[in-house]
Design a protein around this ligand. Structure first.
Ligand SMILES: [Mn+2]
Length: 256
């Protein structure tokens, strides 16, 4: 492709879903970013370019969570998202990773767990210099330093994230839903962490589910869901799909 725009669909089922969005609404759904501000910046530019090329009354960008950890630039990712929010209609969902950062400030020992999920990379992106395996004293010092360093708007952003977003026949959520449980009765733990019980379920859900959380090589379109987590921090591929009416296509950002 020579410029930004909709690529030829490489998705299954001819890129069609059983659900539909309201007329005039187009959703750009962005997968797990994990600290890759470089990829996010390109993808956001591609969304703007696509909207300019093919205007639509109501474009909405939905981010499915896991903005931080693992990759190198979590701080810049949050700055980019905050800036995007000022000029675009956007929904920011919570990923399981977004639960660790706020907890660390009040519970320094939780770094033992956060560290295993790439939290040290996030601290580094804010200019902190944690050792590879901080002991209790260092954890306390880091938490104090982090509380002083973290911009207020970053913490506010992380605490305001939504668990789910519904539009037309679609449900957007970080990890998935527990089969057989109504959407309003789902637990936060399932919405942010579920894997096999959701992924192996082949029957329809209450709504067609758009989710991330479990990395796949290519966006994985099934009869009841689509997985848009293409493991950006490791693969260099941050997926954005475009949903309009019943159709899902993939937005290419490679040539930006
Ligand atoms: Mn996740």
């Amino acid at each position: 492709m020579s410029k930004a725009g909709i690529s030829t669909s490489t998705l299954g089922q001819g890129g069609q879903t059983r659900a539909a969005l309201p007329e005039g609404t187009r959703i750009y759904a962005v997968g797990d970013v994990h600290g890759r501000s470089d990829l996010l910046e390109r993808q956001l530019a591609a969304i703007d370019a696509d909207c300019k090329q093919r205007p639509v009354p109501r474009p909405i960008t939905v981010f499915v969570g896991d903005y931080i950890d693992r990759g190198p630039d979590s701080r810049n990712v949050l700055d980019l998202l905050l800036r995007w929010q000022q000029s675009h209609e956007a929904i920011f969902l919570r990923g399981n990773h977004e639960t660790f950062l706020p907890r660390f400030i009040t519970d320094p020992r939780s770094l033992d767990e956060w560290r295993q999920y790439g939290g040290l990379e996030t601290l580094l992106s804010y200019g902190l210099k944690p050792s590879i395996n901080p002991d209790r004293n260092e954890q306390t010092m880091l938490a104090t330093e982090f509380a002083e360093t973290l911009p207020r708007e970053h913490l506010d952003f992380l605490q305001a994230l939504e668990l789910t977003f519904s539009c037309g026949g679609f449900l957007f959520v970080h990890a998935g839903v527990r089969p057989g449980v109504p959407i309003h009765e789902q637990t936060e733990d399932d919405l942010l962490w579920i894997r096999d019980d959701f992924l192996n379920w082949e029957q329809p859900f209450e709504r067609f589910v758009v989710h991330g959380h479990t990395p796949v090589n290519e966006p994985d379109l099934r009869l009841n869901r689509i997985n848009i987590d293409t493991g950006a921090y490791a693969t260099g591929r941050l997926t954005c799909v475009v949903i309009e009416n019943t159709a899902v296509t993939q937005l290419a950002s490679d040539e930006i």
